[in-house]
Design a protein around this ligand. Structure first.
Ligand code: FES
Ligand code: FES
Length: 156
């Protein structure tokens, strides 16, 4: 079975791994200890495993680890931490957009990608930006409101 030596940066830190050709980025990140990247469907359906890969939101379960060689990866912990929440995270908390929290890392990553490319999204654009993320708890409306509020806050 072929193995590949891969090197990428995760939240600014260089990480190396020896991976099999079929190893997904999701499993590799979690084996490296990045448990903030959630694993659920592993089929590209839920968005729980979303990370930024060279600035684009991707489902890490659909990317091979070998494809990420040389890439810059940002997980939810690279966007903000408990002690230093990003406006997206703070607004999601303040607007009541977290219940079980399982979807939240992927939601934050998708919202960050959206606001990076479109700092003033319309309600419809926010809905489309989260179209790949499933949340079984909140009903989405609070998440949409939180992202709109974060966008406004970030624009000052
Ligand atoms: S675990 Fe990757 S999209 Fe669901
Ligand atoms: S808060 Fe539970 S799945 Fe979204």
């Amino acid at each position: 079975m072929s193995r590949y030596e891969v090197t990428f940066r995760v939240n600014g830190e260089e990480r190396r791994a020896s991976v099999r050709g079929e190893a997904t980025l999701l499993r590799t990140l979690r084996e490296l200890g990045h448990l903030d990247v959630k694993t659920s469907c592993e089929a590209g359906d839920c968005g729980a495993c979303a990370v930024l890969l060279d600035g684009e939101a991707v489902n890490a379960c659909l990317v091979l680890a070998a494809q990420a060689d040389g890439c810059e990866i940002v997980t939810v912990r690279g966007i903000g931490t408990e002690g230093n929440l990003h406006p997206i995270q703070r607004q999601i908390v303040e607007k009541g957009g977290v219940q079980c929290g399982f979807c939240t890392p992927g939601i934050v990553v998708a919202a960050k990608a959206l606001l990076d490319r479109n700092p003033a999204p319309s309600p419809e654009e926010i809905r489309r930006g989260l179209a790949g993320n499933l949340c079984r708890c909140t009903g989405y409306q609070k998440l949409f409101e939180a992202i709109a509020a974060a966008a406004q806050e970030m624009r000052g």
